[in-house]
Design a protein around this ligand. Structure first.
Ligand code: MLT
Ligand code: ZN
Length: 471
């Protein structure tokens, strides 16, 4: 028996051709499982439009037929946000063919990118014109602009320019009825009421399909420098952060790495330890130069003072571009390294107010390890943004069903502590399908009511990425 999704795929094949619509299992297969291999779904067809007009045709037809669409970019979601549901009955809407940089104006310092442009491609295009797009993350070689906008991505250099929300100057999107919202003109002032752009950023494809974004570019810094410091604990790291921020606005990345994560990273990449001896924690710092003082000199000066004051125990400023790149490779590889070296873990992408992080980390480590003897709690990541990836490693308790059993209790326990510290259960990875129940459990009633009401108003037939984000 053919389903409504099969019939829609057939209809769209007739209207748009086989370059856009395919039901070929081999073509679909790589996109039905998320990159972490945690969720696998089903879809009647893979639909790959090449233009906004084609997206509009597809969305309008899906709305008419009541067949859900699951938008997907680089398939690098951390929370199953772009994986179709297990039961299928949907079309997988890939934006990867819409990969043109429509314009890049070096004088206005803006680029208009279609959704399928890969982040690294934008980095390269901006660099070639003497500019840069300041947001970066480990999956930059696959993650696409549409996905980054739809998840309000963060990453390792948010400190100065903010998350994706701060870098979007306008969006083009197809709303669930097929109509096109064109916000690409980039008005600096526009007070015509609700901002559709802001609503679509971070909506995880539940309110429409982002087809293009007008993005702010920054001038290339005079230079940049990377440093690794060894210090005792997160409290010392916070004190260093606050001191640096009091002295300069040129720090762009500030990443906390506990000793065991660094060890895993070094082992994973077969690298030598960057500092002579081991420390409880490390901080990776990225600074850019403004032309006054070279950023390496700035870091050497400020870290020298921190060393003299006993705030840090050791530091190295990368002397070459290759050494700087190696330190960032080490940082970007931590997620994989943790998995390889420590195995099963429940992973929490959480934020608390930056100044509350040391107390939070201490409390969560003590309480979780006391309640579940044998597990190991460790957090690394974006301390500068108050965002840590907290891993509770199963260690001696680990077995294949651990994450679904005890792991769920641990996750709830951690999230309760996050909320008690005024934090968020999703700092940068989004909600997707992974955290929807937790959002329902812990979201404040006003937020949940507003989210549900907006979803129902804009997508009354529930065709946009069902089962994600909105509880
Ligand atoms: C990171 O910062 O490394 C990623 O956001 C976290 C991850 O891959 O778990
Ligand atoms: Zn991260």
């Amino acid at each position: 028996m053919t389903s409504a999704a099969d019939r829609l795929a057939h209809e769209l094949l007739g209207r748009l051709g086989d370059k856009v619509v395919t039901s070929d299992r081999a073509a679909l297969a790589p996109w039905l499982t998320d990159w972490r291999g945690r969720w696998t779904g089903e879809a009647a067809a893979l639909v790959q439009p090449g233009s906004t007009e084609e997206v509009s045709t597809i969305v309008a037809a899906a709305n008419e037929a009541g067949v859900p669409l699951v938008p997907q970019g680089g398939n690098t979601s951390m929370v199953g946000g772009a994986t179709p549901p297990e039961e299928g009955g949907v079309l997988l809407l890939s934006l990867r063919r819409m990969n043109r940089i429509r314009s890049l104006d070096e004088h206005a310092r803006v680029a208009v990118c279609e959704s399928g442009v890969v982040l690294e491609t934008l980095h390269e295009a901006a660099t070639a014109r003497g500019l840069r797009f300041p947001l970066t993350l480990g999956s930059k070689g696959s993650a696409t602009i549409g996905g980054l906008v739809s998840t309000n991505a963060g990453g390792t250099q948010v400190l100065r320019f903010g998350t994706m929300r701060g870098l979007v100057a306008g969006l083009e999107a197809v709303l669930p009825d097929g109509s096109v919202h064109d916000g690409l003109s980039g008005l600096k002032k526009d007070n015509r009421g609700f901002s559709l752009d802001q609503l679509l950023i971070g909506a995880e494809g539940t309110l429409g399909v982002v087809t293009a974004a007008r993005l702010k570019l920054a001038v290339q810094p005079a230079d940049h420098a990377t440093a690794l410091c060894g210090l005792e604990d997160p409290a010392a790291a916070l004190a260093l952060l606050q001191r640096l921020e009091g002295e300069t606005d040129q720090v762009e990345g500030f990443e906390l790495i506990p000793h065991d994560s660094l060890e895993a990273g070094l082992r994973h990449l077969s690298m030598k330890a960057p500092l002579a001896r081991a420390h409880g924690h490390y901080v990776l710092i990225e600074a850019t130069g403004n032309g006054d003082e070279p950023s390496a000199t700035l870091l050497e000066r400020l870290l020298g003072e921190a060393l003299a004051d006993g705030l840090i125990a050791d530091a190295t400023v990368a002397a070459t571009e290759a050494k700087s790149a190696a330190l960032w490779r080490l940082r970007d590889g931590l997620s994989d390294a943790e998995k390889q070296v420590y195995g099963l873990a429940t992973q929490h992408d959480i934020s608390v107010p930056v100044e509350a992080m040391p107390a939070f980390l201490e409390e969560v480590e003590d309480k979780v390890e006391a309640r579940w003897p044998g597990v190991d709690v460790s957090g690394y990541g974006h301390l500068g943004d108050g965002n840590i990836h907290l891993h509770v490693r199963a260690m001696t308790r680990g077995s294949d069903d651990w994450r679904e059993g005890e792991g769920v209790e641990i996750e709830r326990f951690v999230h309760d502590l996050v909320v008690a510290h005024g934090g968020s259960i999703s700092a940068e990875h989004g909600i997707g399908q992974m955290k929807r129940d937790e959002l329902a459990r812990l979201g404040e009633p006003a937020r949940l009511h507003a989210m549900r009401a907006i979803k129902a108003a804009l997508d009354p037939n529930g065709i946009m990425n069902p089962g994600k984000l909105v509880p």
